[in-house]
Design a protein around this ligand. Structure first.
Ligand code: SF4
Ligand code: SF4
Length: 467
């Protein structure tokens, strides 16, 4: 116990249906969940929630409770600068020494999806040359001694248009990591069209275990959104590939997320589609589903009418579906608003997106944003970065651009949001800070946080405080 203490500025409090007080601290996360039983709430309020300073003399007889509140971060010593504690934690994450590479073997794609962020844009249309591949290998060889692991994410365009590039690079990445006893892991975002048995088997041997593959509804809906460059529907080929993987039990480390982009008209088939995925994939833990609303990244007219829909409306319709809510709604999504660990990889210092021409970016979506191109890899494998631009991504705007609003500094939600920087650094790199997108400006967010804390208190270990 300290002589003088104060409440953490990152505390969030609410009550459950029985009138118990629930406390959650956004800096320390789930271990901070604390319940004060209804008969003790008035005493707790008098002791800890009334004055701004809490003196040890006023807590006599409650030493155990005080120790638990200090341990959970709900109380801190009065002279603690919590912003410094937050920053230390944030930078530990940002300076994580794992090397993360998002690699585009090509910018070409065999599909012509109207909503794609690469649609109509002349990005990196040629495949990575052998010289460029060897430059990446030299770069990894030179840098790997600084890192504790290598994680590769194959991206495009459609990466499986160039399987030989993936094979050449993966075999050598694995050799480089094995020579140093370092963990290697790989994932791929693919449209799934070329993922036949031979291709999947080859990739599995190359340790590509995690996949993100999009299926936009049944054949009728999917083929209107995901068609080849010559207009051919793709549902049958992709679904055959997925079902074949499902029936190949030897790929036990495979982890396939099927992403479903929901348009407004998806509402008409939502219930039937959830029944379909339940009957086809629900007994296979290697498959999971991510439902998202379609974003108009390409800013082109997409089939006119009903493509873009309000995400909260679609999500609430989805959660009304009991089968989805009980069987498919992922646990991470249920507690996502409380999550202090997750965030975009573009904010990590050692995360780079490498395009076929060896340019190096941070974000793998906004290639036309000047500040995104932080440098390149030369043919000798040297990483040539403009560190002043790079810093804008991995140091918060608070230190680099002094744009962080004062209101963020004292906001209880700051560790989960970081002024928007954690969710998407691009939001803070705009010439004017995008505070209009503050989640708390949406009245529904506090309700969401309250519901999530109440869900977590029943699901996760929670300390019950007795006074
Ligand atoms: S953007 Fe809003 S929610 Fe996020 S830290 Fe700032 S004030 Fe808090
Ligand atoms: S910086 Fe933003 S837009 Fe870019 S990859 Fe991250 S979350 Fe997506």
């Amino acid at each position: 116990m300290f002589k003088v203490m104060k409440r953490s500025k990152y505390n969030f409090t609410t009550h459950d249906n029985e009138g118990n007080l629930i406390l959650y601290n956004f800096l320390t996360g789930l271990p901070s969940l604390t319940k004060v039983m209804k008969p003790d709430v008035d005493k707790f309020t008098e002791l800890f929630l009334t004055d701004s300073e809490i003196h040890d003399t006023s807590c006599e007889g409650h030493a155990e409770a005080v120790e638990r509140l200090l341990k959970s971060g709900i109380l801190v010593a009065n002279d603690t600068n919590e912003s410094v504690l937050h920053d230390a934690k944030y930078y530990e994450e940002v300076y994580d020494s794992k090397l993360t590479l998002v690699i585009l073997p090509t910018g070409q794609c065999n599909f012509s999806c109207p909503y794609c962020f690469e649609a109509e844009k002349p990005f990196f249309r040629s495949a990575m040359t052998v010289d460029a591949q060897n430059a990446i290998l030299k770069f990894v060889q030179k840098q790997i001694h600084k890192h504790k692991a290598l994680e590769v994410s194959w991206f495009g365009g459609e990466p499986l248009l160039e399987p030989q590039i993936i094979k050449h690079l993966s075999e050598n990445f694995i050799k480089i990591c094995n020579a140093r006893f370092l963990p290697y892991s790989a994932e791929m975002t693919t449209n799934g069209f070329f993922l036949d048995s031979d291709m999947f088997d080859m990739l599995y041997k190359l340790k590509v275990y995690r996949y993100m593959i999009t299926v936009d509804g049944f054949k009728e809906q999917h083929d209107k959104l995901k068609f080849t460059r010559n207009g051919m529907g793709t549902y049958d080929v992709i679904m055959d590939n997925l079902l074949r993987i499902r029936d190949s039990k030897q790929y036990k480390f495979a982890n396939i997320t099927i992403r479903v982009n929901m348009t407004r008209s998806f509402l008409d088939i939502l219930d039937d589609f959830v029944c379909f995925i339940d009957s086809s994939f629900s007994n296979d833990p290697r498959f999971s589903f991510l439902f998202v609303t379609v974003d108009n990244y390409s800013k082109v007219e997409c089939s006119g009418d009903d493509m873009f829909a309000d995400s909260s409306e679609l999500m609430s319709r989805l959660l009304d579906n009991e089968l989805y809510a009980n069987k498919f709604y992922p646990e991470e999504s249920k507690i996502y608003p409380l999550d202090i660990e997750q965030g975009c990889i573009a904010r990590l210092k050692n995360s780079y997106t490498v395009t076929p021409d060896l340019n190096v970016y941070k974000c793998y979506v906004h290639y036309d944003m000047g500040v995104n191109n932080i440098g390149c890899i030369n043919l000798k494998g040297d990483l040539l970065l403009d560190e002043t631009i790079h810093r804008r991504w991995y140091l918060t705007t608070k230190f680099v651009q002094k744009k962080m609003a004062e209101v963020c500094d004292d906001c209880f939600y700051f560790p989960a949001c970081n002024g928007g920087d954690k969710v998407c650094p691009v939001r803070c790199l705009n010439p004017t800070p995008d505070l209009a997108s503050c989640p708390l400006k949406n009245g529904g967010h506090i309700k969401l946080l309250t519901e999530t804390v109440l869900y977590a208190v029943n699901k996760y270990p929670c300390s019950t405080l007795v006074l």
